[in-house]
Write a protein that binds this ligand. Structure first.
Ligand code: NAI
Ligand code: MG
Length: 491
């Protein structure tokens, strides 16, 4: 089956007529083809989005009217949850229960931003008290314009919603560039939007590769704002490109997120959150718990229990019952993670895993993998692997745990487990990270801010922070013309 681009309210071929393959990572087989968008398609999409913003109804509607459209989109996604989740399993590899979470969350994000759009009708104008008499002033929130959204492959439809829903809620128009590895569910948003009554041009979707479709989108002068989730090098490049036209950017990049476990934590509780933290979604999660720091008295017992449980994890096709670990997203990601494991073996002790599970060689599978005894300055301890690979180290004092946790160029997420909530709170405050979990790791909520410190990014998505990404603030100040002013024209 061949899937087309979605531009100006209709599906169409790429200008070049070219397509590329969509691969199922459970068997490395091509199961669909998608239009290979390029600069010409991006130009058509941005032109449509520009027209829809400058002259179309979408930014001029009330928040309540926009909310009705967003709600219908959320309803359709919820109604099609099973079908969309199955597409996600085939395209990305993730287990079906996790794909269902993704789709439920995606519907939830549209519903949440529908509510915020509605609230904007009253919240968009804020009166300002001035210290000088005779003037009145207010701040008005307005949509920033045309938003270019570039997303990764780990949560294909959910990542689309994190950008598309708040942008549309704000009254922006959007050009979305999904990952070339997982384009299918994001492309469906075109149909879902059109059926919900979104005006033509308000959402455009161009599938294609980073350099061919992503780069022209970041360079296009018709784009006012760029929102990106993905790797640090690509984020850095996007920021540099955006600097030319002073486009606003929000970036959600990688991480090497620590979990600090104090000795007063029940071992099973810690093991449960570590397993979830690093093995859900195959470890292909920007906030994955990839570094674990365990207080010395329970280190050996915890590592033994973690190893035992990691070895029990059921690996297999995402549609099989009871599977907790599917294939990685693509042959290239599979190779990349296997290469990282090879490097790790030279730097530390491979406790378990590290290989391709027997009988599953046809797919991009990797065993749950644990490394111990690596140095603090080792590559495996410091760099993002983006696979089911966790590194574990002991610590002896709170201060040392905080120092090691913060000793990273990343600062996306961090977690702490302790029965002493004062200590947990103290450590949570000391982390240099944008998302901190106490006595858990990974749960993500549409209402709460999401984003990183340091090289993990700029800005926050989700919640009201996500909406603010797509709003400009305008000052409107009025002089009471019945009062005398007369600076130049006296009498
Ligand atoms: P990437 O960051 O290169 O790709 C993400 C998105 O950016 C895709 O849609 C891609 O087409 C687009 N893109 C690539 N080059 C571009 C350019 N020059 N201009 C504009 N857009 C561009 O990540 P990729 O190649 O998919 O994965 C590489 C590594 O990045 C992974 O192994 C992982 O370590 C990390 N990664 C991190 C993610 C996160 O959420 N933090 C998500 C995906 C990948
Ligand atoms: Mg795929």
């Amino acid at each position: 089956m061949t899937h087309q681009l979605f531009i100006d309210g209709a599906y169409c071929d790429a200008a070049s007529g070219q397509v590329f393959d969509v691969v199922d990572p459970s068997n490395r087989q091509v199961f669909a083809q998608v239009a290979r968008g390029g600069a010409e398609d991006i130009d058509r999409a941005v032109t449509a989005a520009r027209r829809a913003f400058d002259h179309g109804p979408w930014p001029r509607m009330s928040g309540a009217e926009r909310a009705a459209v967003l709600r219908r989109m959320g309803d359709t996604i919820a109604a099609r949850r099973d079908e969309l989740a199955r597409v996600e399993v085939q395209d990305n590899g993730k287990p079906l229960p996790e794909a269902l979470w993704d789709i439920d969350d995606t519907a939830g994000v549209f519903h949440f931003y529908a509510d915020l759009a509605e609230r904007l009708d009253n919240a968009a104008v804020q009166d300002i008290t001035l210290s000088v008499e005779g003037f009145t002033s207010k701040a008005v929130k307005e949509p920033v314009g045309v938003a270019g959204a570039i997303i990764p492959w780990n949560f294909p439809m959910l990542m689309a919603s994190w950008k598309v829903a708040p942008a549309l809620a704000a009254g922006c128009t959007v050009v979305l560039k999904p990952s070339e590895l997982t384009p299918l569910t994001a492309l469906e948003l075109g149909r879902i939007a059109a059926d919900a009554g979104l005006p033509a041009g308000a959402l455009n979707i161009v599938t294609g590769f980073g350099p061919e479709a992503g780069q022209p989108l970041t360079e296009h002068p018709g784009v006012d704002k760029l929102a990106f989730t993905g790797s640090v090098p690509t984020g850095s490049r996007i920021m540099a490109t955006a600097a030319r036209d002073i486009k606003t950017v929000s970036l959600e990049l990688g991480g090497k997120s620590p979990l600090v476990v104090f000795a007063d934590t029940p071992i099973d509780e810690a093991v449960e959150w570590i397993l979830f933290g690093i093995f859900w979604n195959q470890g292909e999660v920007c906030s994955a718990t990839s570094r674990v720091l365990v207080e010395a008295p329970i280190y050996d017992a915890l590592l033994a229990r973690l190893t035992e449980e990691a070895q029990k994890i059921r690996i297999g096709h995402g549609l099989q019952d009871g599977v907790l670990l599917g294939p990685l997203v693509s042959p290239s990601q599979h190779e990349k993670v296997l290469a990282a494991i090879k490097r790790g073996k030279a730097e530390g002790r491979l406790v378990t895993g590290g290989g391709v599970p027997e009988g599953l060689e046809a797919g991009c599978y990797i065993q749950p993998t644990i490394f111990a005894d690596m140095a603090e300055d080792s590559w495996i301890w410091r760099e993002e692997i983006f696979g089911p690979v966790v590194c574990i180290k002991p610590f002896t004092s709170e201060a040392d745990a905080i120092r090691m946790a913060n000793d990273s160029r990343f600062g996306l997420a961090a977690a702490v487990m302790s029965a002493d909530l004062d200590r947990a709170e103290r450590v949570a405050r000391a982390f240099r990270a944008g998302i901190v979990w106490i006595n858990c790791s990974q749960p993500t909520f549409t209402e709460a801010p999401w984003g990183g410190y340091k090289q993990s990014g700029i800005g926050r998505e989700l919640g009201e922070w996500g909406l603010n990404n797509y709003l400009e603030t305008k000052q409107i100040t009025t002089w009471d013309r019945h009062r005398p002013w007369g600076w130049y024209l006296k009498d």
